[in-house]
Design a protein around this ligand. Structure first.
Ligand code: ZN
Length: 148
């Protein structure tokens, strides 16, 4: 972390995904939406339920810790407008189960892809993914292996 980051504007990669402000990043949490009609949980702020189309939604703050539910390893650079490291570094892509009962698709970090294990403890990391054309830091998230 450098002092310079403090003065750059940080914007979420998707509106309604994070608690605000986005700095310090250690205090940022993911936001979810709970449907009062059927109980379905979704990631981010949504105005209607993906399961039952109900509109009685409550915004909830999600835990920073979860467990790896399943994963795959991305070994080749994804096509299109990939914003990750260049040259490409293989990474795990997992479904992370949070205590609230929602599973979040997320890149995985903090350990070698060969050491990923279903059920391992993971912790949210909010980080700059890239800088946009206006010099804003576009903030995204991943989950890293939790050091216990
Ligand atoms: Zn619903």
């Amino acid at each position: 972390m450098t002092l310079g980051n403090r003065h750059k504007r940080q914007v979420p990669i998707r509106e309604g995904l994070f608690t605000m402000p986005l700095y310090p990043t250690e205090q940022v949490r993911l936001v979810g939406s709970k449907c009062h009609t059927c109980g379905e949980l979704s990631l981010g702020t949504v105005s209607s339920c993906a399961n039952c189309t109900g509109e009685d939604m409550e915004e909830i703050t999600l835990s920073r810790r979860g467990k790896l539910w399943t994963y795959t390893v991305i070994r080749h650079r994804p096509p299109g407008n990939y914003k990750g490291p260049d040259p490409f570094v293989p990474f795990g892509l997992g479904l992370v189960e949070l205590p609230e009962g929602v599973r979040v698709l997320s890149p995985l970090t903090g350990c070698d892809v060969d050491n990923l294990k279903i059920g391992m403890d993971l912790e949210l990391v909010v980080d700059k993914l890239y800088e946009d054309a206006d010099g804003n830091e576009v903030m995204a998230f991943k989950f890293k292996k939790e050091i216990l």
